[in-house]
Design a protein around this ligand. Sequence first.
Ligand code: ARG
Length: 466
Amino acid sequence: MAKLWGGRFSKNTDKLTDDFNASISFDQRLYEQDIKGSIAHAHMLAKQGILTEEEGELIVKTLGEILQDVKDGKVEFTEDNEDIHMNIESILTDRIGAPGKKLHTGRSRNDQVATDLKLWTREACVELIEDISELERVLLDLAQDNLHTVMPGYTHLQRAQPITYAHYLMAYVEMITRDITRFNQVIAMAGASPLGSGALAGTTYPIDRYMTAEELGFDSVSLNTIDGVSDRDYAVDFLEACAVSMMHLSRFSEEVILHNSSEFGFISLDDAFTTGSSIMPQKKNPDIAELVRGKTGRCYGNLMALLTTMKGIPLAYNKDMQEDKEPVFDSFDTLSVCLKTFAGMMKTVRVNKDRMREAAGGGFSNATDAADWLVARGVPFRDAHAIVGRLVMKAEQENKKLEDLTLEEMHEVSPVFDDSVYDALDIKNGIDRRRTPGGPAPAIVSRAVAIRRGQLDTAKKAGSKG
Ligand code: ARG
């Protein structure tokens, strides 16, 4: 079959070349952006008098029909036409003949593909922000229900100080709130329209780049046509935002797996979000969390792949850049399904409050509170630290918790102790008193929940208006 670019070639391409070169198997995902980009381009060509009004209208109308036909599954793309751009153009020309051949006036596939992928990435960010917001809502509800659910806080995976499950969950809410910011930044980084950059040096036709940029919803036009066709920074940024978001989900998954184990027993995953073993009948495995953790690897790989592809490419367009799409699509698909499944899993989780409370009481997690109590009585913190250290040693020898030591036993370590220390050692009191901004006291966490919920609602309202 004759190639759209075949004019100067005297021989057909080898079949291997065709297979190797073609991108239609994956870039057909860009069909909608490609057609919208072409419609904007045709509108502009007609307005500028580069096409006649009738030609412009016919092209726009037919592109609209093609878009619908693709959506309805009525169009078959072919490898003979290499990529989505040439497939759409040749379908257009098949349908309307000569005017179809004029669509590519003042345009190159180089600015076309740059435009398509930027548009696609911006839309992908909007979708991911919705998925993250949904997960955030699930976590906020869970936190709201667990403002008073005491659990051990850890450092070095050793019980450190008591916190609440709400306080713990809100740490992840903060992480994913930053993920939303990161995706919004990617939208901004992909804000300049490449369309009109041509192959690399613009065009001699009197095109209006601002008109197409506006129709396509871009914020501006690229100020340099060479950069316009070769900028893939936003795709790298997108992959980075996906990688960081997966990193957060992966850490969370790791803890879901730990917390769901019989050793911890802090949470129980719902049957609908666990799987069985083919040999061990008793098993209920946290496969969802494990898969999320596992899939994080491929998202890191996608980021590294594109960074590496881009690192040695001379200006402007080179075919290497066709390799930008698959990592971008794959990271989107992976993060999107992980966010949705993870939200479902957390929505149905059962919190075993008694187990958490019990664990929070062990490991001398109120030792800092004992030291703080001493400090309030004028003991310098370093001395208080040493005194409580000895108290812990004593309690450990007698197989007791700090609050189970009698006052007499405490006096063997320091004469300062009196009855009121028991109040300080009460775990619940300890948490209520930790009112540091951002701290675990229920009053403080509940304020954080309200702030983040308010932001989600505001963003939702702004989104539905725009
Ligand atoms: N399929 C190509 C890509 O994805 C489109 C651009 C081709 N441009 C070119 N000059 N060969 O990058």
